[in-house]
Design a protein around this ligand. Structure first.
Ligand code: SAH
Ligand code: SF4
Length: 435
């Protein structure tokens, strides 16, 4: 697949810190490693280029009101639009029955469309996980990946919060009723610039940023597919799909605000995961609690030496700088920060690493928990999966050191939907015929 356009550079919203001038060690695990690319100094490289499409989806209350006043209508009709596209999930202007028919026709004749991203392809795993290729209105035919995980992924609800009794006994919700609770994983970019050595998405590089509508729309499209009743359904949202949300900061947060204010989700049911983009975390710390999701940090290594190797971004923002930024986030009562930790066989999965992680997490002084993820293999990535007993030993050591730790069950491995496997998008090849 070809991309007609790469991301547009626009003025950064946040000034990043001066890049680290140290000369990085170019050889990592015997392989040459790229330095953190220039894209890392921009937190917001601009949204998708939309050509002539005029999507309503993605506009906030003010934006929708402006569309109406421009059409010669009272601003309050903007609320009707918001209700229709975000709450009732209407996908065509012609079906917005709260608007007079001539007005619907007028909007369409002006080129407006609902423009919600569509599920273009579905892969279904034996474990019930569904992976979607979701297409927005971008000029190219790019799709991004979104994952639906009924019942979460064990030990935690996919969002880093551990499963509780209520969660496992709650009545079925949703019209397809085969699930009691679910986690939806959404993407924030097509590809990713961060270049973590263990991650398949990294192989794409950054293709482009998603718009707020494209980010929020993934969720609304999946809600529609599973007839999710907002308010009663136990659905968690994790920004853990393709891309680094904090390198597409403004559209990401605009999507969160839409989901909270218009779709009606609680930010406490949302978790954003970052590889440790310090200026992004600092900006995030300033967000008001009504719209701030919970935070997960992809720690993935016990110390800077190993983290420099597996996550080159650490050369720019080392562990201590990340922790300093995280400490600026004012946590809600009972809120904890999640540290994600991918176990790479022989590289990050030793018992001494677990002790180091425990010390590191304790030193932050933060209420925290650790989510352990056994590395999911991918073509062309030369790590090995950890042994099951190494995973268990790691968890045991953390537990003994007083750190809450959960092992995340891999979901949808057979359809390449598990963490770090979201790459099929660009090739548009089925899971069976990947390289
Ligand atoms: N870019 C963000 C969010 C997307 S990645 C981030 O890095 O935090 C979501 C999680 O998947 C991260 O914790 C990442 O460390 C993990 N991950 C990436 N590749 C993986 C792989 N191959 N196996 C297991 N987890 C992986
Ligand atoms: Fe990007 Fe996250 Fe993958 Fe790193 S782990 S390359 S930040 S998607």
């Amino acid at each position: 697949m070809k991309y007609s356009r790469l991301s547009r550079a626009v003025k950064p919203k946040i000034n990043p810190e001066t890049p680290d001038k140290r000369v990085p060690d170019k050889r990592v695990l015997g392989k040459p490693v790229q330095e953190a690319p220039d894209a890392l100094v921009r937190l917001d490289a601009g949204g998708a280029v939309r050509g002539s499409a005029k999507p309503l989806f993605g506009l906030d209350a003010n934006g929708l009101a402006a569309v109406m006043t421009e059409a010669g209508e009272p601003a309050w009709r903007g609320r009707q639009l918001a209700e229709a596209i975000y709450r009732q999930r209407v996908a065509e202007i012609s079906q917005i029955t709260t608007l007079p028919k001539p007005l619907r026709a007028q909007l369409e004749s002006k080129g407006w469309q609902v423009g919600r991203p569509e599920i273009a392809q579905v892969f279904r795993s034996v474990d019930g996980t569904e992976r979607y290729l979701v297409r927005g209105l971008g000029e190219g035919q790019e799709t991004v990946e979104t994952v639906w995980m009924p019942e979460g992924d064990d030990g935690e609800a996919g969002d880093g919060s551990e499963m509780d009794v209520e969660a496992s006994t709650a009545p079925s919700t949703g019209k397809d009723a085969g699930w009691k609770r679910a986690t939806i994983c959404v993407s924030s970019q097509v590809g990713c610039a961060v270049n973590c050595q263990f991650c398949l998405t990294a192989k794409l590089g950054l293709q482009r940023n998603l718009t707020a509508g494209e980010i929020a729309g993934q969720l609304v499209a999946v809600f529609e597919r599973h007839a999710v009743e907002v308010g009663s359904a136990r659905v968690n949202l994790v920004f853990m799909g393709m891309g680094e949300p904090f390198l597409n900061y403004e559209p990401f947060m605009a999507a969160v605000r839409l989901l909270v204010e218009e779709v009606g989700l609680s930010p406490q049911r949302m978790t954003v995961s970052t590889s440790g983009i310090v200026p992004g975390i600092e900006q995030f710390a300033l967000e008001p609690p009504e719209v701030r999701p919970k935070l997960a940090i992809s720690l993935n290594a016990p110390n800077d030496k190993i983290r420099n190797e597996v996550m080159p971004v650490n050369r720019k923002w080392a562990i201590e700088a990340v922790m300093d930024a995280v400490r600026k986030v004012k946590l809600r009562p009972r809120e904890r920060v999640t540290f994600e930790y991918v176990l790479l066989g022989g590289v990050t999965d030793r018992v001494e690493h677990a002790r180091e992680v425990a010390r590191l997490v304790r030193r932050t002084g933060l209420p925290a928990k650790v989510n352990l993820i056994a590395w999911n293999p991918g073509p062309g990535i030369e790590y090995v999966m950890p042994q099951a007993d190494a995973v268990e030993a790691f968890r045991t050591v953390l537990g003994a050191e007083g750190i809450a730790a959960y092992v995340r069950r891999p979901r949808g491995r057979d359809i390449y939907a598990a963490c770090g496997q979201l790459k099929g998008t660009v090739e548009e090849r089925g899971p069976g015929n990947r390289d």
